[in-house]
Design a binder for this molecule. Structure first.
Ligand code: NAD
Ligand code: DAU
Length: 351
């Protein structure tokens, strides 16, 4: 095998698209998916590639240092693409310690296992860390996050991701371990767990349930189709420079309210409902604690260096996403039972 890559969190939303991309394009790379299969990890996301010759799956927790070490010993990886994380801001407000464990301690374990396995010989090695624009904090109505923007995380989730980014940089500066970090804006697309705004709204609209909008719905996010993110990761994995950080974004800012209105129109059309019917489900609820007003990414660095830009316009991306959820009803039914209902009650009942 030309490369032996450990991908963590590959059963999640973004990770599954990253894995599929690598498996299909690089039959000479061995891809090992290491995932705890939390509520967000779902092997159904990978059914089409699970039998591939260059794919292995290990159920495991990145906070389990002994298991992580054993896996490095067994597979002798030359690269890591680290996506495993607790990823939902609202859950981090309900249970911050889980985020510290997985996102900070888990990342430290992986970095250290890689360092020991590579025995300080870093020729041909790479630790690629997938991070978020939320580490930069909150923007007012103008301005953009660049790679030079100071870190100012404001939720337990973003603080834990910032901690993990700092650890990755520390391994680069202290031990000269080759690392790359990318910080991306909000992803959307197939396979996203319906706790996040877009799939949550799709599921609620389909079932004629209220769509909870925090505050006045005027918070702004910059949306990127998940396959564009997966392609950017693949590109940076091959072309990025060790020690560098790269911003990835969609140049696609929407207030939450405008976004949800759009989604309602698309679903009215596709479900043959009367125009305006789904919008009636919009319900303004108590705001998220510490809710960041606006995120917006300046991705001119990867645009100039690698000619990267998002490939899909938002209308097409949203329609693809809606079509995917309407076609994959079983996937959705399976994930909205049990644990999801408990979370939903805790999160929304008293809002
Ligand atoms: P997700 O919640 O859909 O998936 C996370 C995956 O990590 C799941 O498969 C889960 O089982 C696994 N996991 C969680 N804890 C683990 C542990 N202790 N050990 C092993 N595996 C564990 O998340 P996502 O939205 O796909 O995000 C993936 C990565 O991308 C995260 O690091 C996130 O911070 C980052 N990111 C996400 C977005 C976004 O919009 N979703 C944007 C930028 C960056
Ligand atoms: O910016 C990148 C980040 O985007 C990633 O690092 C995170 O992993 C990912 O979850 C996402 O974080 P957000 O908090 O921006 O995403 P979420 O889908 O939870 O919320 C999007 C916006 O919609 C945000 O302003 C909060 C709002 N919202 C969300 C939910 C779930 C609502 O108004 N109602 C809701 O029910």
């Amino acid at each position: 095998m030309e490369k032996r890559i450990l991908i963590t969190g590959g059963a999640g939303f973004i990770g599954s698209h990253v894995i599929r991309n690598f498996i299909k394009k690089y039959p000479n790379y061995l891809i090992v998916n290491f995932d705890k299969l939390t509520y967000a990890g779902n092997l159904e996301n990978l059914v089409d590639i699970e039998a591939a010759d260059n794919y292995d799956f290990i159920k495991g927790d990145i906070t389990d240092i002994n298991l992580v070490k054993k896996v490095f010993e067994k597979y002798k990886f030359d690269s890591v693409i680290h996506l495993a994380a607790e990823s939902h801001v609202d859950r981090s407000i309900l249970d911050p310690l889980e985020f510290v464990q997985t996102n900070i301690i888990g990342t430290a374990n992986l970095l250290n296992a890689a360092k020991e396995s590579w025995a300080n010989d870093f020729e041909g090695k790479l630790f690629y860390h997938v991070s978020t624009d939320e580490v930069f904090g909150s923007l007012s109505k103008t301005g953009f996050f660049t790679e030079k923007t100071s870190y100012d995380p404001r939720s337990p989730y973003s603080a834990s991701k910032a901690g993990s980014d700092h650890l990755v940089r520390a391994y680069f500066h202290t031990y000269s371990m080759p690392t790359i970090i990318s910080n991306c804006s909000n992803n959307y697309g197939p396979n996203q767990f319906p706790e996040k705004l877009i799939p949550l709204a799709i599921n609620n609209i389909v079932n004629k349930k209220q769509i909870p909008i925090y505050g006045k719905g005027d918070n702004v996010r910059d949306w990127l189709y998940v396959l564009d993110h997966a392609n950017a990761i693949e590109m940076l994995f091959h072309k990025g420079e060790a020690g560098e950080t790269y911003n990835i974004g969609g140049d696609n800012e929407w207030t939450n309210l405008d976004l949800i209105r759009n989604l309602c129109q698309i679903l009215d059309d596709k479900l043959n409902r009367e125009k305006g019917e789904s919008e009636k489900l919009i319900t303004f609820v108590k705001d998220r604690e510490g809710h960041d007003l606006r995120y917006a990414i300046d991705f001119s660095k990867i645009n100039k260096q690698f000619d990267w830009k998002p490939s899909l316009d938002f209308k097409t991306g949203l329609e693809n996403t809606v079509d995917w959820y309407l076609t994959n009803k079983k996937w959705l039914e399976n994930v909205v039972s049990g644990d999801y209902l408990n979370f939903y009650k805790k999160q929304y009942d008293k809002r």
